[in-house]
Design a protein. Structure first.
Length: 368
């Protein structure tokens, strides 16, 4: 078991990483002095059987309430937030009580958002069950829900959890597609941090994707450490934290343009977004051909062979760019992108006109 401490201006909280941690969750919560009378356990519909039973039995609080969530970007909305709030109000939850999320990044986002706004903030315990959530979504305090017309995570807050418990035994229940989606965020962290980390992934990616020990725990840990250092320096994403959005302006727009359907999930959107960000960086003469090929070839060797043309026709370009224009990170009429100078050296606050992005996407769809 490994433990990381995250210290922001608003809160200090631990991240526990290891195998079978849910069997010790009562001891962990007591050790961290996280006491509550009431708790609402919101769990992903895919979390079933023995794991869910253990959590229900091991949570050491007097009154426990349960709510099942069918995780999808379509369900990540204000309607479900209201459903959670009604349960909290009906059962007179106080600020000293808590919400516990047991699921992936979508559930973590919506549970964290609700915890942040209910009575201006109650305790939030995150138990991420997917690789993507364990390496990225559960850390840093970003919460949010989608707007079905305008895009992803446009309604949200910054609200740090009280604890994150990343039990790697949950990962054994995931399909290969979901593991690759989590790997997308790990790859992003390597690209914004160092060539050394990228080379580690190239050397060990088959073991990581196979969830081998100790590689999977080590990789989750260093990925969390990369994000922790960034969040501690820039909790509210005023400057440095923007580098965590590498590939996401493209990726979120791709997700939104297909209607947040299972045809393209978040991790796959990020992988497509990383490919687009790398290619755009190359076109802008920021990234060398050598580094571009390293990135592109590594994504291919993951077995991820999807391209933009698998999802979009040229007629969809205006829609994609419209979603990019609505991205919450834009501060002017231009679109702000995170790009790469080289592997390990991201560039923030690069802005481009919608016309330039349309030309880029048009060329990509023609040449693929």
């Amino acid at each position: 078991m490994k433990k990381i401490s995250v210290l922001t201006n608003k809160k200090k909280y631990p991240i526990y990483i290891g195998d079978s941690l849910i069997k010790k969750i009562d001891k962990i919560l007591i050790k961290e002095r996280l006491f509550s009378n009431n708790c609402l356990i919101i769990y992903d519909s895919k979390v079933v059987g023995n794991n869910l039973k253990i959590i229900k039995n091991k949570i050491p609080y007097k009154k426990k309430f349960y709510l099942k969530f069918v995780a999808s970007e379509e369900n990540k909305n204000l309607e479900f937030v209201n459903k959670i709030i009604e349960i909290l109000l009906k059962n007179n939850f106080s600020r000293n009580d808590c919400i516990i999320a047991v699921g992936g990044g979508i559930l973590g986002d919506i549970a964290c958002f609700t915890a942040s706004i209910y009575k201006r903030g109650i305790k939030f315990i995150n138990i991420p069950t997917t690789l993507l959530a364990q390496v990225d979504a559960s850390i840093g305090g970003k919460s949010g829900v989608n707007h079905k017309l305008y895009g992803k995570n446009l309604i949200g807050t910054f609200y740090q959890p009280d604890i994150v418990i990343s039990d790697t035994s949950f990962l054994n229940t995931l399909k290969n597609r979901e593991i690759i989606c989590g790997y997308a965020e790990i790859l992003k962290h390597s690209l914004i941090s160092s060539l050394k980390n990228f080379k580690y992934l190239k050397k060990n990616f088959t073991k990581i994707l196979s969830l081998k020990t100790p590689e999977i725990v080590d990789t989750i840990t260093w990925s969390c450490l990369i994000k922790k250092k960034i969040v501690e320096k820039d909790e509210l994403e005023n400057n440095l934290r923007k580098i965590l959005n590498l590939g996401h302006t493209f990726g979120h727009a791709y997700e939104a343009s297909v209607g947040f359907k299972k045809k393209l999930n978040h991790g796959e959107g990020v992988l497509l977004g990383l490919k687009s960000a790398a290619k755009f960086s190359l076109n802008e003469k920021l990234l060398s051909n050598k580094d571009y090929n390293l990135i592109n070839d590594h994504i291919a060797e993951l077995g991820f062979k999807l391209n933009l043309k698998d999802f979009f026709k040229k007629s969809k370009i205006n829609k994609i760019v419209s979603f990019m224009r609505n991205d919450k990170k834009n501060l002017s009429s231009k679109i702000s992108l995170v790009l790469l100078n080289k592997i390990g050296k991201p560039v923030i606050n690069k802005t481009y006109s919608t016309e330039k992005l349309k030309k880029f996407l048009n060329k990509e769809l023609i040449n693929l």
